[in-house]
Design a protein around this ligand. Structure first.
Ligand code: FES
Ligand code: MG
Length: 582
């Protein structure tokens, strides 16, 4: 790893924690003596940096279930570097359990993390994350809090192994589920597969959302080099956690804040790298939301334009063959960054105090099948995340071309429209469903307000009738997201969503819909006057809740093209210690 540079304000900067612990009277007494009750003696209050370790460990988030061990390693690093570590829990968001969708809670977790950082005597914070939403939530919260921060993602699981071959999180579940429905595998094989997939601690090991956000956190400069790839159970991760704790001590009190690191140039690097790794479409909403916290101008079209500069170079599922283990052993993100050094901005700064490209100088690629050279890409440039517009998505929609069926990228077919996911699922198995391989399947009211929470249902399962006929892909359109591990010709994130009156609400079964990805268009072939007539008849759906978080969320959530944040959370607040109640 590259040498760590001192930050400009290393020694002389005032520490926030002194506003709590540096007071000789009653208030300092109160702050200190309760920590003494936990055995933390006077030397902890001698002016050394206080490092928060924000832990998203939870047994309800199995991907983050090992973060207690990681926190211990981070603490060792903090102590070795002369800091005072204090671990605290943060709301943890696990993909497998949270209903209606973990995305409903990303902003709540971000808000909690922001407020905890600001309200407490912390000079820097280490953010321990892993499962999909925990990483963007932490970045959003840290961005708004403005205190120096460094992320440590928990690392991917070891490869799944089933019947002598590698199997990947999500990706192979979607495949095997369709095979089970089609009757080509047995229930026994399906159960055996279930116990073969997740073999260790860590997050999903395909290039799904968790791996994508880990790579992009490193690309943005918020994590030490190499932090995204190593398997969760690799012993080197403990070393990296120690180094992360030590680095947090160096960052404490300095001006190397998330806002200085995550600049427009850093986001442009992250978007390019997202294209090269075949990253999740969820990165679009997460990066837009993080940028929104920092006032960095970033738009949906940046993902298409900047992403199109690079081919898909990492041969990982769901777009390719391998898994995160192979990526890490091939050199991981540092090797990829070094390969792309001529295509990336050099004028960025990361948590190391050096630029991303400088951090990765000399990092070698050890397997050219996994990390491809520019002249032998997995897929050519311009085949990543495309942004579509048209009368069906005036504010944009996205499609991950590398995960789609090439033949369907230009397709016109009759719509089959459902007002809810449940309405579709109720007939998905019907052998008499009026559907062909040319049908364009539309499920609406699955967006940020409509579902609510914009769940990962956009990779709609195929109608059984088509599966039985051997069809494995069709055009699907929704205002939902899809799992980063998923594949198929799925148009996602349609904005504005149907529930706020977007044109998706006006399509009817039988209308012809035209998808033209090369032209970046998505249109329903219906006259404007007819669409306006339908609009005059449209009634908004009933709000999903009249109290609690869901009420607050649906009152304030923004659309997919601006990051699905809450409107009042956009931007940042001061990191100064808040006023004290005497
Ligand atoms: Fe946690 Fe996939 S379920 S990363
Ligand atoms: Mg997911």
């Amino acid at each position: 790893m590259a040498a760590l540079e001192p930050t400009p304000a290393d020694s002389e900067a005032p520490l926030r924690s002194r506003a709590w612990f540096g007071d000789g009277g009653k208030n300092g007494f109160i702050s200190r003596h309760h920590l003494r009750a936990m055995g933390r003696g006077g030397h902890n209050f001698d002016g050394r940096p206080v490092i928060g370790i924000c832990n998203t460990f939870s047994e309800l988030t199995p991907c983050n279930g090992h973060l207690q061990l990681i926190a211990d390693a981070v603490k060792r690093g903090v102590l070795q570097a002369g800091g005072f570590p204090l671990e605290f829990p943060a709301m943890s968001l696990g993909e497998p359990f949270l209903r209606p969708t973990s995305m409903l809670y990303r902003n709540l977790a971000a808000m909690e993390i922001e407020e905890q950082i600001r309200a407490n005597p912390l000079d820097a914070v280490v953010l321990l994350t892993g499962c999909d939403k925990t990483t963007p939530a932490a970045l959003m919260g840290a961005a708004s809090a403005g205190v120096p921060a460094i992320v440590f993602t928990g690392g991917p699981m070891l490869n799944g192994r089933f019947h002598g071959r590698n199997v990947g999180s999500g990706t192979d579940i979607w495949r095997m589920t369709e095979e089970l429905r089609a009757g080509t595998i047995t229930q026994e094989e399906f159960t055996e597969f279930e116990s073969s997939l997740n073999r260790s601690a860590g997050h999903c090991m395909t290039m799904g959302t968790a791996s994508t956000m880990a790579c992009l956190t490193e690309a943005l400069g918020m994590m030490l080099p190499g932090g995204s790839g190593l398997p969760a159970v690799d012993a080197r991760r403990g070393t990296l956690a120690e180094e992360t704790g030590a680095r947090a001590v160096a960052l404490a009190g300095g001006d190397l804040t998330p806002g200085r690191i995550m600049t427009r140039a850093a986001f442009e690097n992250a978007i390019r790298i997202n294209a090269a790794i075949g990253g999740s479409t969820n990165a679009v909403v997460h990066l837009l939301a993080i940028a929104g916290r920092l006032g960095v101008p970033l738009a949906l079209d940046d993902f298409d334009r900047l992403g199109a500069e690079l081919p898909l170079l990492i041969d990982l599922m769901p777009s390719g063959r391998f898994l995160m283990e192979e990526f890490a052993y091939a050199g991981g993100l540092p090797a990829l960054v070094n390969d792309l050094r001529d295509r990336l901005h050099h004028d960025t700064v990361t948590v190391t105090g050096r630029g991303l490209v400088d951090n990765c100088e000399g990092a070698q690629v050890h397997d050219r099948e996994v990390i491809r050279p520019m002249d032998r890409p997995v897929q050519p440039a311009g085949t990543g995340t495309a942004v579509l517009r048209g009368n069906l998505a005036p504010n944009g929609a996205v499609i991950k071309q590398s995960a789609a069926g090439p033949k369907l990228l230009s397709h016109t077919g009759p719509a089959l429209v459902f007002d809810s996911l449940e309405d579709y699922l109720a007939v998905a198995e019907d052998p008499d469903l009026d559907v062909t391989a040319d049908t364009v399947l539309i499920v609406r009211n699955t967006g940020p307000k409509g579902y609510p929470g914009m769940p990962e249902v956009g990779n709609l399962q195929l109608p059984k009738k088509l599966l039985d006929a051997g069809v494995r892909d069709m055009v699907r359109i929704s205002d939902a997201r899809m799992s980063g591990t998923a594949f198929g010709t799925c148009v996602l994130h349609v904005a504005p969503e149907a529930a706020v009156g977007g044109p998706l609400a006006l399509v009817r079964t039988g209308d012809d819909v035209r998808l033209d990805v090369p032209a970046r268009r998505l249109d329903v072939l219906v006259e404007d006057a007819e669409l306006e007539r339908r609009r005059s008849e449209w009634q908004p759906p009933a709000p999903p809740a009249d109290r609690g978080w869901t009420y607050l969320y649906t009152q304030h959530v923004t659309q997919a093209d601006t990051g699905v944040d809450l409107d009042f959370l956009v931007g940042a607040s001061d990191s100064a210690p808040p006023r004290q109640a005497f």
